[in-house]
Design a binder for this molecule. Structure first.
Ligand code: GDP
Length: 379
């Protein structure tokens, strides 16, 4: 009888031990998943970051550290990259040309529609008439059987209007120990401060040493905004107190430029359109005071491409009070009015030297007529 109880106890123990072992084995994979999950946070944080592809947006507005680490994009490749923005769907010119070429018959109504598109692209009445007349003569009233010929004709005529023969280089030649000085002028909000920042980076990319002068002392945040840009692009900013005399800040900036032996001083100015005489006095004084120390080699007038004829009228006032040597057309990225390039050059008799095609640090390019026309035509 005792023997029977012992046998039963042994069987029970074997079964219980077997069950425990079986259960433990089944739980093992669960434990390992849990341990991986617990280990994850202790991984070095650099690993997932390295796997993530670099996003485009942050690269356009890098922090101070990013900007100083990376090599700025070279001027030559900028317009090629930015051409795509011009060729975006907002651009009506390419579509108008396609409509023109797909029309069964080039009748008066078709030409009218084409002319309207050119006008609404802000090409101006004179250039539009020249372009349409020239194209009509080339294509003939019957139309052309070859769209490539028509496209080439429009391309060539637009290029002639933009005028590839103009000298668009910035004059920055300077004697040793005396910096070249660039004054940025124009109506508030056109993009002067932003352009000073972007131009600083462009010049640094070309191997120049640069200093910013924040002579827009009227707008409360202007000096701060420029200093922030300076930090982004690795350029120092000389600024004065809010409401200080702009000429004295400009003087201090150039004085510092001479002392530090920099190549270029970029001076941001206020764009108050109070009265024409007031503006003339203000900008005239800034220029005169700077020239006690160094010649002003460029006066760049900044024009917002989206403001059309109104912007052009305001720009004309600046051109009357100060000798403008070059134009900067900003915000061409957000505009279907690329024709303004032709209109402003004709109106002010000064070449467009730079174009702004976005808000990022590298979204300023030396103006290239061929790339520009290709962008306009969506090529
Ligand atoms: P300022 O008053 O003339 O100095 O003008 P700001 O430099 O402060 O620029 C006014 C606004 O225009 C800002 O929001 C800029 O980011 C924007 N801006 C300047 N240039 C461009 C450009 O080329 N494209 C676009 N989309 N925005 C621009």
């Amino acid at each position: 009888m005792n023997f029977l109880w012992v046998a039963i106890a042994v069987v029970v123990v074997v079964v219980v031990v077997g069950l425990v072992v079986w259960t433990l084995r089944r739980r093992k994979p669960v434990d390992s998943v849990a341990s991986v999950a617990l280990e994850t946070p202790t991984r070095p944080p650099a690993e997932p970051a390295a796997e993530t592809p670099p996003a485009e947006a942050p690269a356009e507005v890098p922090s101070v550290e990013d900007a100083s680490l990376e090599t700025p994009e070279q001027p030559a490749s900028r317009m090629v990259r930015l051409r795509r923005r011009l060729a975006s769907s907002r651009n009506g010119l390419a579509r108008a040309l396609a409509d023109l070429l797909s029309a069964d018959k080039l009748d008066a109504a078709t030409w009218d529609a084409f002319e309207t598109t050119l006008l609404s692209a802000d090409l101006g009445v004179g250039p539009t008439t020249e372009l349409v007349d020239g194209l009509r003569a080339k294509l003939g009233v019957e139309g052309t059987s070859d769209p490539a010929v028509a496209r080439q004709a429009l391309h060539d005529d637009l290029l002639t209007l933009v005028d590839p023969s103009l000298d668009r280089s910035l004059s920055l030649t300077h004697d040793a120990g005396v910096p070249a000085v660039v004054m940025m002028v124009g109506v508030n909000g056109t993009g002067k401060t932003t352009t000073v920042g972007k131009l600083g980076r462009l010049l640094v990319a070309e191997g120049n040493t640069v200093l910013f002068g924040a002579a827009d002392t009227f707008r409360a945040a202007a000096a701060e905004q420029l200093t922030t840009w300076g930090g982004r692009v690795g350029v120092e900013t000389v600024s004065g107190a809010e409401g200080a005399d702009p000429a004295s800040v400009a003087y201090q900036a150039v004085e510092r430029g001479v002392k530090d032996g920099v190549d270029v001083v970029l001076v941001d100015t206020a764009g108050r359109l109070h009265t024409k005489v007031g503006l003339m006095d203000e900008l005239g004084k800034v220029k005169r005071v700077i020239e006690k120390l160094a010649p002003v080699t460029e006066v760049l007038l900044v024009i917002d491409a989206t403001t059309g004829q109104n912007g052009l009228a305001q720009a004309r006032i600046f051109a009357e009070v100060v000798d403008v040597t070059g134009l900067v057309l900003t915000k061409l990225d957000g505009s279907a009015k690329g024709g303004i390039v032709v209109a402003v050059q004709r109106e002010l008799n000064v070449p467009v030297k730079l174009v702004g095609l976005g808000e990022g640090v590298d979204d300023l390019a030396p103006f290239d007529p061929e790339q520009f026309v290709q962008g306009l035509l969506g090529e």
